[in-house]
Write a new protein. Structure first.
Length: 275
């Protein structure tokens, strides 16, 4: 079965641009480049990946595209573009011609509530449907309701929910998140990444069994054809190894059929991002 890591990052570290990396996350204060990633991929038998923006800059989007190539194993990029600005059409014309740009993302989790209802941002999203680019949704649970309104405004746009919307696993909160996730998943143009879960749990005490109920919710809600595995490397390394995350998800999906496992491990990512 082809294995695609649908969500990881790359960066050259500097303290100013990565000020979100605090002392507790100091293992991330370094460069994480394709060479290091290839070593992790080989150990976990991963065939290809999707690199996702970590900074909101056109320079990073361009840099990620220069790092992506079949030889590197990086099959596509989810970059950042200024979606709420009048210059978006110009940037789309420039960047969408690169076949390795597969999607775009804005760090909505850092925005105030109601951001996804904004007129300018929605005008920008409406321009994506003619490019074939996916939009990755990065939100916290309290933003799921506006995300539902958001995707309803764009029924022809392909969306991917990152990190299962970051439920507060460490606090054991699941009921409200679960209800909202199930509502969001009723929209067939939304897929979901099984990623970012370990860093929402207790970094020291998390177990696969503790995380599994959250996985079961998204499996039932989205189904295997709209689920894809992502590692969130290198962020997950504050608490979990790269191959360890693959092994964890494979334990969860072991009872599924071969075809269902094939979708989660790579097929969904290939189809949604047109890798």
């Amino acid at each position: 079965m082809k294995r695609i890591d649908a969500h990881h990052h790359l960066w050259r570290y500097n303290a100013e641009e990565f000020d979100w990396i605090n002392d507790e996350m100091r293992v991330l204060r370094g460069d994480f480049l394709p060479e290091e990633l290839r070593s992790e991929m080989a150990a976990a038998h991963v065939d290809g990946t999707v690199a996702v923006q970590a900074r909101q800059s056109l320079e990073e989007t361009q840099w990620l595209l220069t790092q992506a190539a079949p030889a590197s194993g990086i099959l596509g990029v989810v970059g950042w573009l200024p979606l709420a600005t009048p210059s978006l059409a110009q940037h789309l014309e420039e960047f969408s011609t690169d076949p390795l740009l597969k999607g775009v993302r804005h760090v909505v989790q850092a925005e105030p509530l109601g951001f996804l209802d904004g007129d300018a941002f929605n005008r920008g999203i409406s321009l994506l449907k003619n490019t074939g680019l996916v939009y990755d949704i990065l939100i916290f649970p309290q933003q799921i309701e506006e995300a539902i309104r958001f995707v309803d405004r764009h029924p022809q746009q392909s969306f991917v929910l990152d990190h299962i919307a970051k439920p507060r696993i460490a606090a054991g909160e699941i009921d409200l998140w679960s209800a909202l996730i199930r509502e969001l998943a009723l929209r067939p143009h939304v897929a979901c990444k099984i990623s970012g879960m370990v860093t929402e749990a207790d970094w020291v005490k998390w177990t696969a069994a503790q995380l599994q109920p959250y996985f079961e919710v998204v499996l039932e809600a989205f189904g295997p054809r709209r689920l894809m595995i992502g590692t969130d490397w290198p962020v997950l390394t504050v608490t979990c190894g790269y191959a360890e995350w693959w092994n964890t998800v494979e334990q969860w999906i072991a009872p599924l059929t071969d075809n269902e496992r094939r979708q989660i491990l790579g097929g969904t990512a290939e189809r949604v991002y047109k890798l």
